[in-house]
Write a protein that binds this ligand. Structure first.
Ligand code: BGC
Length: 758
């Protein structure tokens, strides 16, 4: 900055006294580079300099991968090879290009690119939500954001927070589960971690893109107030916590209009009510108009040539020329994009084209996430952890001799070392099917040197059963592959149910490890004493699984989604549509805000495993719940949690709130949570703050959050079901504007990054 002032003064000195006389004109050449100005001021200064074509350049993004399927599109040379997107910079003003990469578990490479960028994959998003640990989420975001930066990217298309309304949604693995508070907290923390690298993260896919079937045409129909208390609330929490530079609008329609030209969700809710100052970018192929989209709140069209026309190219230029779109609206788009670039450091701290990456350290971050994400669903007779007395272990199925499964689609991160199991169909979009080279079997053997560990591939249930019979313990690794652009059955792939049944019949000491998108049916559950949900556990998943199986790590994951016993329990027992992303059909979300456990509670349904559930090798107890109301409408809840077992472990203290009378979407809501690390015999007092919006319902007519007066119950425990101790408190009537957000006082009370367990 200073050097630019100096250049101007030297130029004057050289020009002699004439120049000196006009010394006040010695303004910095680029005043927007003055870091003491606010991001808004800096953006405004740039916008003033921009030609109309430069503004239009900022709002129009290109796909950065060659696309044979779209008129042989050739990616702009300046884009980063094989990546999702590129927006040219404005060199004359010192504004860098925007180099965009997917996604939420690491730096992806587009499937169409022959050479892959090999990077570190975190566990799936739903796995990170299962940690219930915002600190882990932040660290994961920090790691993948650093790899993005070191790979030349300054925009990361991460932050997926679509609620898991349906376990069959093929992209549940990219998101944060079914609860708005948990999902928003975890995903918001990841966004903050990514952006700590001076790059932008998105928050996506806004909104209600909760099924892949018909994602490009289905119309998510939902009562607006219910949306505010469910899917929109998850985004709201994530945005408040993570402050993403951009929000990506989704493919689907919401109450009639496409999300990327939807006045209600973009202008009214996001920009007006929530005061969002960043920019809205479209998903790749989600822009459908110039005028309606521009007026509806879209700020940047992404990924040309995915859309049918270059709407924010010539069409937008013409619409501005004719006055259909005011010039001020184009200025606002440019202002928002530039503001986020300044806010997040893209201008002051430009990304290098490439930089070294410490893959060993990054893999450790991924492993730490997986170790807290794995959920011990069942452990009858303490079959786990595997003790030193176990002399023979047969590991069956799931390619566990080679690696762990990954979810596919645009978020797929290609691993160093390549695909551990190449050749599984489909090998191209929506695949490939990738296994990360982290073998659970090898890791088990390393931790159990006293035991003979063998592998059987599981393709022949009878052979697997025979091997199980001959071993002390059988471990079946079972998988459900999922990806983008399609939905999945709520079950394991192929004949794995029969395999597990046969193995468990042959050896009662059978443990099942699941690598799945979300919940699946488990017809064998009663027969199998131990079940672990490992999700897609990421680059070091094999080690994490082995560490939990052997007790080197005490499991502490808890379900961020309800595991239904059968599809008949779901709001839509039959998944709507065929299984094509282009289908168009109405998709009424009649369950409204009663998503997941709320639906199960409301309808008194017994799930297979409830939301919040997760066992440990030690035991915990909860006591002394107390609640008091704060002046801003929030409620502070405290309780004691004790480790009453014999090993160190972490538990997730969960607070659920019940209203004084019917009127909520469900009998109770998750109100707050905190993960706690406890030595045997140790007790800690936990204090959390409940956001008043979780005590309220949204009232469309008055455009307010409303807390009804009466007695509220705050239940504490480590699951959403069971008998939980409760504190009761009387709250007065209170209304809060739709624009309410936690003030500094509430934020100070709220557990911050770094204070919520390890
Ligand atoms: C996905 C987005 C992704 C984009 C760019 C779309 O198909 O829905 O999540 O960021 O592609 O690859």
């Amino acid at each position: 900055m200073l050097s630019r002032f100096r250049v101007a003064l030297f130029a004057c000195a050289a020009a002699g006294s004439l120049c000196a006389a006009s010394a006040p004109a010695a303004e910095p050449l680029r005043p927007w580079m003055n870091q003491s100005l606010s991001a808004d001021e800096r953006a405004t200064l740039v916008v003033k300099q921009l030609t109309e074509d430069e503004k239009l350049g900022l709002v129009f993004g290109y796909f950065a991968t060659d696309a044979d399927w779209k008129n042989n599109f050739k990616a702009p040379r300046e884009g980063r090879y094989g990546s999702a997107g590129y927006i040219p910079g404005i060199d004359r003003l010192g504004i860098p290009p925007q180099w965009q990469t997917d996604a939420g578990i690491g730096v992806a490479t587009q499937g169409a690119a022959p050479q892959k960028r090999e990077r570190t994959a975190l566990p799936s998003g739903i796995a990170t939500a299962a940690t219930w640990n915002p600190d882990i989420a932040f660290k994961g975001g920090e790691m993948i954001g650093a790899e993005a930066r070191a790979s030349g990217f300054n925009v990361m298309l991460a932050g997926g927070v679509n609620l898991a309304r349906d376990p069959r949604n093929g992209r549940n693995f990219e998101y944060g589960g079914e609860d708005p508070l948990l999902a928003g907290t975890i995903v918001g923390s990841e966004i903050a971690g990514i952006q700590s690298n001076h790059i932008i993260s998105t928050n996506k896919h806004y909104a209600l893109n909760d099924l892949e079937t018909g994602r490009k045409g289905h119309d998510a129909r939902i009562d607006p107030a219910a949306a505010r208390m469910s899917d929109l609330l998850a985004f709201q929490f994530a945005i408040e916590r993570g402050d993403p530079g951009s929000v990506m609008c989704s493919y689907n329609r919401v109450n009639g209009d496409y999300a990327c030209e939807n006045q209600w969700i973009l202008n009214d809710v996001l920009k007006r009510d929530w005061g969002y100052r960043g920019y809205v970018m479209s998903d790749w192929g989600a822009t459908h108009s110039a005028v309606k989209a521009a007026l509806g709140g879209l700020d940047q069209e992404s990924g040309w040539p995915f859309d049918d026309a270059a709407f924010f190219g010539p069409a937008l230029k013409a619409a501005i020329g004719s006055g259909q779109v005011p010039q001020a609206r184009l200025d606002d788009m440019a202002q928002r994009i530039l503001r986020s670039m300044f806010t997040n450091g893209l201008v002051d701290d430009p990304v290098p084209a490439s930089a070294p990456i410490d893959f060993v350290a990054d893999e450790a971050v991924s492993q730490a996430d997986a170790e807290q994400a794995i959920v011990l669903l069942k452990n009858e007779g303490n079959l786990l952890p595997l003790g030193p007395d176990v002399r023979s272990i047969v590991v069956i199925g799931g390619h566990a001799d080679k690696g762990v499964l990954a979810g596919s689609g645009s978020s797929l991160v290609y691993p160093r070392g390549g695909n551990a199991v190449p050749g599984i169909q489909p090998t191209s979009w929506p695949g490939p099917v990738i296994y990360y080279p982290s073998s659970p079997m090898a890791a088990i053997q390393a931790l159990a040197p006293q035991a003979r560990v063998t592998f059987v591939d599981g393709s022949d249930p009878a052979a697997a059963a025979a091997a199980a019979k001959a071993a002390d313990v059988a471990i079946v690794v079972a998988t459900q592959w999922s990806g983008e652009g399609f939905d999945v059955a709520m079950s394991l792939d192929g004949n794995q149910d029969a395999l597990i049944d046969a193995v468990a019949s042959a050896n009662p000491r059978t443990a099942v490890v699941l690598e799945t998108n979300a919940g699946v049916t488990m017809p064998w559950a009663a027969k199998v004493p131990a079940i672990l949900e490992a999700w897609y556990p990421g680059r070091a998943g094999g080690k994490a699984i082995a560490n939990v199986l052997t007790g080197k790590v005490n499991p502490s994951g808890h379900l961020p989604v309800t595991f239904a016993a059968s599809e008949s329990q779901l709001p839509r027992p039959v998944r709507p549509g065929g299984n094509k992303e282009e289908e168009a059909f109405p998709l009424p979300y009649t369950e409204g805000a009663a998503v997941g456990y709320k639906w199960f509670d409301k309808n008194d349904l017994q799930p297979l495993f409830p939301f919040g559930h997760g066992l440990s090798y030690t035991r915990f107890s909860f006591a002394n719940p107390a609640a008091h109301a704060n002046s801003d409408g929030s409620v502070s809840v405290s309780f004691m949690i004790s480790n009453i077992g014999s090993s160190r472990g972490m538990d997730v203290g969960q607070v659920y709130v019940m209203p004084p009378a019917a009127g909520w979407e469900a009998p109770k809501r998750l109100a707050a949570f905190q993960k706690v690390d406890l030595a045997p015999g140790e007790t800690k007092t936990v204090s959390v703050t409940v956001d008043p919006r979780l005590l309220a319902t949204f009232d469309e007519a008055s455009h307010q959050w409303r807390i009804v007066p009466g007695n509220y119950h705050f239940l504490v425990g480590d699951t959403s079901r069971g008998i939980l101790p409760a504190a009761e408190i009387n709250l007065p009537e209170l209304t809060l504007p739709a624009s309410w957000r936690p003030g500094p006082a509430a934020a100070a009370q709220a557990p911050q990054h770094g204070e919520r367990g390890r």
